[in-house]
Design a binder for this molecule. Structure first.
Ligand code: FES
Length: 119
């Protein structure tokens, strides 16, 4: 699947992430360590937009129930079955591009119940 242009950084609304459509999905793009990273936008717990979460120590903190996800790997603090996908981001002629990989990742096919008590 090709790199998909998602816009110039100045045109995106980072709050702190920006939700953008990339092919058949919506991803959250975050400025991070001088560059950009992208993850699935929908939190795997109850679909809150991760673009609206807080960024804390390299992690996205979901705004709804405070689950945390590593910005680099998508790893979830609750358990690996809740990891989000991450996508490479590059800049080409000032335009951000996301590489959306069609291959399934470990989060597909989760079967565990939602561990949301106490969060
Ligand atoms: S919707 Fe994200 S932690 Fe519940």
């Amino acid at each position: 699947m090709p790199w998909i242009p998602i816009g110039r950084p100045a045109d995106l609304q980072f709050t702190p992430g920006a939700a953008v459509r990339a092919g058949d999905r919506v991803v959250a793009v975050f400025p991070f360590e001088g560059g950009y990273v992208a993850t699935d936008n929908a939190c795997p717990h109850a679909s809150a937009p991760l673009c609206d979460g807080a960024i804390l120590g390299g992690r996205i903190v979901c705004s709804l129930h405070l689950w945390e996800f590593d910005l680099r790997t998508g790893a979830c603090d609750v358990g690996p079955q809740w990891n989000v996908r991450t996508y490479p981001v590059r800049t080409s002629d000032g335009v951000l591009e996301v590489l959306v990989d069609a291959a399934p990742q470990p989060t597909d096919g989760r079967t565990d119940p939602m561990p949301n008590e106490g969060r």
